[in-house]
Design a protein around this ligand. Structure first.
Ligand code: ADP
Length: 465
């Protein structure tokens, strides 16, 4: 099939989180299977690469060609200061401009997609815009929700005139003084997906749907949860570009050497269990629970902590203070560091993901492959990918706690540390974890099935009822 991905992020070109990894992994897995996949994304800096199309107000350059051609759209509205998200109302105009240009560019390519697969609110207007392009008439559209917490909801007066006119013409947000990019996409895509089955169920309820649950329920069978996958070329101890030494899956000595290098890098001490966390520092991720639990955990256990992340300034300073107070037991690196993320995930004994909600979560999937035992809150994709270890049967892949509070988290961590103290249990647990296969080769299958279903439905003349 000819599949066009439209996304604000794509690893490694532009990444703030899981969206970038997911679009890259899915695209390359589909290409490996013989599909003709291309990606349209914004250019956030000065354009480089050959211009392949000049749309008047925007240009399209071919940034990468094999195995998946990546086209980058540059325009004065998107800007060129390097920022992916401005984080204020100007993003409405930026991603409106991107979506409009992407649709125009898609229609102008000599290549006709069967499926236009749009990701998150930044590309959520594309299905509605594509419906107005005769050249895209044959294409089905998919919208994937990587996080329903980011909807692109803006006051109508934050929109440029042509965007306001567009919303008025489709009637979305009528009677309100604000519009919502994601809402428009959910209404109009041929099918809507999110990144895990449990999260799909959760956001279909008023508790977690963040105002869009009724609309999702209306989509019936056209709204499904498909679990994300992992690009094991990037995230596997045998091929990881950022760890030394690389080691074979299951090689405990290799892993210990990566741990030793990591604790030295971070100035920690080596003779204790090491618990890592790599996360955006926001309320969703529950890192505040970890901060609150630290004093108890430091007193009651021998564990060391290695945290990498950035975000909320209060959390950043709390973690900085904790690391300063006990530098041999707590390390905090503030910022974004791809290499250190790999080393923490590969070298730690456990990786903690205490999210309040989590659409899929990728770090726990990465951790599993390295025999790093995940400690996760039972929510969304975390609940779908980690099962609580049972020492009696020897089944399970991590420590799963129920409640997003300090008591829950302390229980999750101390339970994992009890297993750590028993070499037989720990060995068993690690083996169970390493054996799992969340490769995109597998996880892309439900997407292929969905694409075919949409294409068939569009090819079939509608049957009179
Ligand atoms: P989300 O997309 O909500 O941030 P995910 O778990 O789906 O969460 O994806 C997070 C991705 O971002 C992972 O690849 C993780 O390694 C990466 N990441 C998060 N914070 C950092 C950081 N500070 N430095 C490097 N990589 C990070």
């Amino acid at each position: 099939m000819r599949i066009l991905m439209v996304s604000a992020e794509l690893a490694p070109l532009a990444k703030t989180g899981g969206l970038a990894d997911a679009v890259a992994g899915l695209s390359s897995a589909l290409a490996d299977k013989g599909h003709d996949v291309r990606v349209l994304m914004p250019e956030y800096a000065e354009p480089s690469g050959a211009t392949v199309y000049d749309g008047g107000g925007f240009t399209v350059a071919l940034a990468e060609s094999a195995p998946v051609p990546v086209y980058r759209i540059a325009s004065p509205e998107i800007g060129s200061d390097g920022r992916i998200y401005a984080g204020d109302e100007s993003d409405a105009a930026r991603f409106w401009a991107f979506s409009r240009a992407a649709t125009e560019a898609a229609a102008a390519l000599a290549w006709r997609p069967d499926i236009v697969h749009c990701h998150d609110w930044h590309a959520a207007l594309v299905p509605a815009l594509a419906a107005r392009q005769p050249a895209l008439e044959g294409a089905g559209t998919v919208l994937t929700l990587h996080n329903i917490g980011f909807q692109g909801a803006y006051p109508r007066n934050a929109l440029p005139e042509d965007a306001a006119a567009f919303f008025a013409s489709i009637g979305d947000g009528a009677g309100r003084d604000w519009i919502n990019f994601l809402e428009t996409g959910i209404r109009r895509a041929s099918a809507v997906t999110t990144v895990s089955p449990t999260y799909a169920r959760e956001i279909s309820t008023p508790e977690l749907g963040m105002g869009l649950d009724a609309l999702l329920r209306e989509r019936g069978d056209d709204f499904v949860g498909i679990l994300n996958g992992v690009d094991y070329k990037q995230w596997s101890p045998e091929t990881d570009p950022f760890i030394t030494p690389r080691f074979r899956i299951g090689d405990g000595d290799g892993k210990r050497r990566v741990k030793r290098a990591l604790v030295t890098e971070l100035g920690l001490t080596d003779d204790a269990p090491l618990i890592g966390a790599v996360s955006r520092l926001f309320e969703q991720k529950g890192i505040d629970l970890l901060v609150a639990a630290l004093p108890v955990l430091l007193e009651r256990t021998r564990a060391r902590f290695a945290v990498l992340g950035s975000g909320d300034p209060d959390l950043e300073s709390a973690l900085t203070a904790a690391a300063k107070a006990q530098p041999d037991r707590v390390a905090f690196r503030c910022g974004y560091d791809e290499g250190l993320a790999h080393r923490i995930i590969a070298g730690s004994d456990c990786l903690v993901v205490p999210s309040r909600y989590e659409p899929c979560g990728l770090t726990q999937l990465y951790a599993l492959r390295y025999g790093t035992v995940p400690i996760v809150r039972k929510t969304g994709g975390l609940a779908d990918t980690v099962t609580h270890y049972d020492p009696h049967t020897g089944d399970g892949t991590g420590s799963v706690f129920e409640h997003a509070d300090v008591t829950g988290l302390i229980w999750g961590i101390t339970t994992a540390l009890e297993w750590y103290a028993s070499p037989t249990d720990w060995e068993r647990l690690r083996r169970n974890a390493e054996r799992l296969d969340f490769s995109w080769r597998r996880q892309s299958e439900p997407y292929e099935a969905l694409y075919w279903r949409i294409a068939e439905r569009r090819a079939r003349p509608s049957t009179p009822s």
